[in-house]
Design a protein around this ligand. Structure first.
Ligand code: NAD
Length: 261
């Protein structure tokens, strides 16, 4: 339990990859504040499980990552009730797929706010306490779309490339403060979101389950396998340890070979 006594704040962690990060950090004894939307009873269940696993504290914040004042309040609330975040994981994200000349303005604004600007606001609010302690870990969730593009995802690709640049900048600014800042860039990940798309795609395209997985979802992923949430969580845990103390400003791909092409 190498994270006993540490506090982690993870945005967008009521589902998928973020919840995987929360579970992995709690299993190492960290206090965890999760954040995001969803069914409150289900979220309360996740919080209870985190407390049982860590034998430490866990709380949920429903703060909206598109609203700077709610972000600042979330960091303050975490500091007051669980401790100032030693580990900050910026993971909240949404997607919208459309040609740029038809891309809705409000979707562009929301994607940039939730993926990119929220990481600016959380980092700004959390850094002073990390500097005071002389220790911190900031992990941003990028994507293969932090490094390469796909058509019709202008806002997502711009925000994810942006978070790669923010990662490098903050890493340089705090390089002498005992704080590392890195970006994990996953390929297609097996989340409930992806799994739930399969039956509809099978029906609309007249394909088998294997065809949907290999020829549609994993068409660009050379390993033809989804990245697993647990694999990403292991990398996040590694980045939190002393062994990773010299890794900073890195965009670390875990994408089944996507960006090697
Ligand atoms: P998900 O939909 O399962 O989880 C997204 C989380 O963000 C949820 O907890 C949701 O409630 C929260 N969220 C959404 N809007 C929010 C807002 N305004 N304020 C606060 N929370 C908000 O998705 P996921 O697949 O686990 O994705 C998590 C991150 O990983 C995202 O940044 C995504 O871009 C990135 N990513 C996912 C994949 C993939 O294949 N699933 C690949 C590369 C990168």
């Amino acid at each position: 339990m190498f994270l006993k006594g540490k506090t982690a704040l993870i945005t967008g962690s009521t589902s998928g990859i973020g919840l995987g990060y929360a579970r992995a950090l709690a299993a190492e004894g960290a206090n965890v504040m999760i954040n995001g939307f969803g069914d409150q009873a289900e979220i309360d269940g996740y919080v209870e499980d985190l407390i049982r696993t860590s034998n430490a504290g866990a709380l949920h914040s429903g703060a909206d990552m598109s609203k700077p004042s709610e972000i600042r309040d979330m960091v303050a609330d975490c500091t007051k009730r669980l401790g100032a975040p030693d580990i900050l994981i910026n993971n909240a994200g949404i997607q919208h797929v459309s040609p740029i000349d038809e891309f809705p303005d409000d979707k562009w604004d929301a994607i940039l706010a939730i993926i990119l600007s929220s990481a600016f606001h959380t980092t700004k609010a959390a850094l002073p306490a990390m500097k005071a302690k002389g220790w911190g870990r900031i992990i941003n969730t990028g994507s293969m779309h932090s490094l390469v593009a796909s058509p019709y995802k202008s806002a997502y690709n711009a925000a994810k490339h942006g978070i790669a640049g923010l990662t490098k900048t903050v890493a340089l600014e705090v390089a002498r403060d005992g704080i590392t800042v890195n970006c994990i860039c996953p390929g297609y990940v097996w989340t409930p979101l992806v799994e739930n798309q399969i039956p509809d795609t099978m029906k609309t395209r007249g394909l088998t389950r294997d065809q949907v997985i290999n020829d549609v979802l994993l068409a660009g992923q050379p390993q033809k396998q989804f990245v697993q949430i647990e694999q990403l969580a292991s990398l996040a845990l590694y980045l939190c340890g002393d062994a990773a103390g010299a890794i900073t400003g890195a965009n670390l791909s875990m994408d089944g070979g996507w960006t090697a092409q």
